[in-house]
Design a protein around this ligand. Structure first.
Ligand SMILES: [Ca+2]
Ligand SMILES: [Ca+2]
Length: 183
């Protein structure tokens, strides 16, 4: 089954908001450096903070794996079409995610979970969404639509995350995991 327009919109939202930071239309090393800079700003970390270094190492490894798995034409960047192909492959069997996808899911959880207690509460969720340009009211609405109660545990998160990247169902709770309520 080809990628639906709905899923393409969700994929483009993540591509534009969380990966292609310099809006060049592709993901490359420059975006990664910007991402690291933004995380440090958001958390108030200096570049030599051990947590900053740990996230930096994780993201660098993720970038290498993403490039290996998705940069089909090997031009050093991941285009939108290459991004779509990556997730089209994923959706065929979400329980068999690549190492990159598993790392990405776990890093996303860590970014939301600012306090590091393995649970994301509404304020943590809204803070990260707001930082990426989602209005606070929309992020709070999205949190409600996730249907998780007070907090997103790792188990709930993994289910919602899978839905975001594989579901064609417009009312699936997982569609709201990045704070957007419509696409
Ligand atoms: Ca870019
Ligand atoms: Ca490429």
């Amino acid at each position: 089954m080809p990628l639906s327009e709905f899923r393409k919109k969700k994929l483009l939202y993540v591509f534009n908001t969380f990966f292609d930071f310099n809006q060049s239309g592709a993901i490359d090393r420059k975006d990664l450096d910007l991402a690291i800079q933004r995380i440090n700003e958001n958390r108030g970390w200096s570049a030599d903070n051990p947590k900053a270094q740990s996230i930096r190492d994780t993201l660098l490894k993720m970038w290498d794996n993403l490039r290996q798995g998705a940069d089909t034409d090997q031009d050093g960047q991941v285009s939108r079409d290459e991004w779509f192909q990556l997730w089209e492959e994923y959706a065929k069997n979400p329980s068999n995610a690549s190492e990159w996808q598993q790392d990405y899911m776990s890093v996303t959880f860590q970014l939301f979970d600012a306090s590091g207690d393995k649970s994301i509460d509404e304020n943590e969720f809204c803070n990260v969404c707001r930082y990426h340009g989602v209005a606070e009211a929309e992020a709070r609405e999205a949190f409600k639509k996730l249907g998780v109660g007070q907090e997103i545990t790792w188990d709930k998160f993994t289910n919602l995350w899978k839905q975001y990247f594989s579901s064609d169902e417009p009312t699936a709770a997982g569609n709201f995991i990045f704070g957007k309520t419509s696409f």
